[in-house]
Design a protein around this ligand. Sequence first.
Ligand SMILES: [Zn+2]
Length: 328
Amino acid sequence: MQLKIFLNFLFIHSLVLSSSSEEEDTGSSENESEEHHPKGAAHGHWGYEDQDEWPAAFLYCSGKSQSPINIDTKAAIYDPRLPSIALEGYDLTDGSSLMLLNNGHTLQLSLPSTMHIVSGFDHVYLAAQLHFHWGTVEVPGSEHTVDNIHFPAEIHIVHYNSKYANLSEAVNKPDGLAVLGGYIGVGLHENANYEKILSALTDISIEESNTQIPGFNMRHLLPKNLKRFYRYNGSLTTPPCFQTVNWTIFNDTITVSRKQLAALEDTLKVGFSQHLNKNFRAPQSLHGRQVLASFTDASVPEEGLSKVLKRIPNITLFISQRRKKRYR
Ligand SMILES: [Zn+2]
């Protein structure tokens, strides 16, 4: 019974991160928790600075199927049976508006469940929200890595299994979630689609503030080629770390301008003055899990990177310098 209460408590907290629309449903519970529990990981609050302490307060965070992971391209197994991913309802240029939120852990955009993955999995998965992970100018902030290389940022589009009523119901079920992940790198040009989100950042610099932005085609936030991806079973990358995510990490990268990345890194605040950045979890052990690849040349190292790097030679240096810093 105590375990059940504990799980419920974790669950309430997970909603803050998982879905702002769900958060509204459980808003009163969350406020109640805030009132009765002081700050600190032991009391359900967590931060990226103390991620080593997550397992002590959130039992699943020390599980054997945690995310993110490093994708070792040489170890990835080509699986020709992996079905291609087909998206529907991603074009939201119908006049609807979407809520963009600074929730203190990330920048999150609420998505309608009319957006979904129609094929690629055993069930249809409905979208709930998308959010980002990023670093600073010195520290690249992607969560997943490829051959131990971090990209400057990463986008996650969170979907839940349509057999469940909503994200809250799905989040702790083994087949509950499917997250599409994309690496964000720096390119020469401004990314007009990302700008539709990034241009609203100054309106939500304060933690827990939100704004509405016009809908647009969310497909354009992902790489052009969705056929080349990695697939593995993992978890939420934040407490309570439920091991309920079927991960898809696209091989090809998305690029934004250096200025756009700087806006992401420097605009949002957590608390009164602290910058919201470096919101990424360190790669977790595989514990024997296999990473599947939808394409045959996955063993070619850094193929996904080279497209960006060949065009902008400086970026090679930029990334390898960051990597050295990180692993020193
Ligand atoms: Zn995420």
